[in-house]
Design a protein. Structure first.
Length: 345
């Protein structure tokens, strides 16, 4: 566990503390930010486990606070490593919990919604992507256990939609809607000091994954994760940001340089996918398309477990953009989704 004070002004009375918590995922750890204030606030709530709760509690004790002191929890998005402890802290302190409505179902485990219902869309997506049935069953089982183990019980939330401001003793944080990593991702921006709590929208050493939405597909029918993400990056580019406080890793600066690097990454990935489709088309004389899984295997041949889904999400997101540009077409065949070039790029 890391506890670090982050302030741009040496004599600031409202202190911001970065609390780093280990997580059982390849990324290694996640950040929460505790803001000492007359209304003590936590930005993101870490991972749902007894060890995580203990670590946050110890961090707060070191600076003279308790979990029960927290009065507000601001969530950047609904993934389990960012919202996991929100329900526990809510029950201990009565804190108000704020999240965008499109991410609510990621945040709350509803007992009335069976596990099988939650993974139905996930399994259907894998099947349409062309995965072998044995692999679909393995990944679906892993996802089922993931829901049972890591999701908290139901708790009350309040909605934010973008444009709201949260007042603190010495500054305010404006809510910026930045969909892409999830449909309801938000950042919290301090326009006075130029601090941006970016969640997973902007990370220094990782390109955030534009995840496909396998749940609530009726609500997200027109949602295109990567297109949304790239548009959201432009929102952040236009801000005067002095310091990014990310969901993972250390605080960093020069947000425009990082945004340019992420855009370059996605531009190169799009070219890779086009080359894969072009090579395949030449080899089979353009008679058949490729499954998402086949394309993904060429891009990321060594993925295992849940990382396969992450790779499929990124590949699918780029194919959506290419299809929107008219370069690629998709069609259904025998229950699967196939992709091919419309014409040589």
């Amino acid at each position: 566990m890391t506890l670090e004070i982050i302030n741009l002004k040496q004599k600031a009375m409202t202190l911001i503390h970065r609390i780093e918590i280990p997580v059982p995922f390849p990324i290694g750890s996640v950040n929460c930010y505790f803001i000492e204030d007359s209304l003590p606030t936590l930005i993101d709530a870490g991972f749902y486990s007894e060890d995580s709760l203990r670590r946050v509690s110890l961090a707060l004790e070191k600076i003279g606070h308790r979990l029960s002191d927290i009065k507000r929890i601001l969530l950047t998005h609904g993934h389990i490593d960012h919202m996991g402890l929100a329900g526990e802290i809510f029950r201990m302190s009565g804190a108000e919990v704020f999240i965008h409505p499109l991410d609510r179902d990621k945040t709350i485990w509803s007992p009335e919604k069976k596990v099988e219902e939650r993974i139905e869309g996930f399994s259907r997506f894998l099947r349409e992507a062309g995965l072998p049935e044995t692999l679909i069953q393995t990944l679906s089982h892993q996802m089922s256990e993931h829901f049972k183990r890591f999701f908290p019980d139901k708790f009350d939330v309040k909605y934010i939609g973008g444009g709201e401001s949260f007042a603190f003793d010495e500054f305010s944080l404006k809510v910026l809607l930045t969909p892409g990593h999830t449909p309801g991702s938000v950042c919290f921006f301090d326009p006075r000091e130029g601090r941006l709590f970016s969640g997973d929208h902007l990370l220094e050493n990782i390109s955030p994954n534009p995840l496909i939405e396998t749940e609530n597909q009726d609500l997200n029918r027109d949602y295109k994760s990567l297109s949304s993400y790239l548009s959201s990056l432009e929102v952040i580019r236009n801000l005067d940001v002095a310091l990014i406080l990310p969901g993972h890793g250390f605080p960093f600066s020069n947000h425009r340089k990082r945004i340019n690097a992420i855009i370059d990454h996605h531009r190169m990935r799009k070219k890779e996918i086009l080359n894969i489709l072009k090579t395949y088309s030449e080899r089979v004389s353009g008679l058949h398309g490729m499954t998402l899984f086949a394309i993904n295997q060429q891009l990321f041949p060594n993925l295992e477990g849940y990382d396969i889904f992450l790779g499929l999400s990124e590949t699918h997101a780029h194919l959506q953009i290419l299809e929107g540009e008219g370069v690629v077409r998709s069609y259904q065949e025998q229950g699967g989704q196939l992709y091919s070039l419309n014409s040589p790029p």
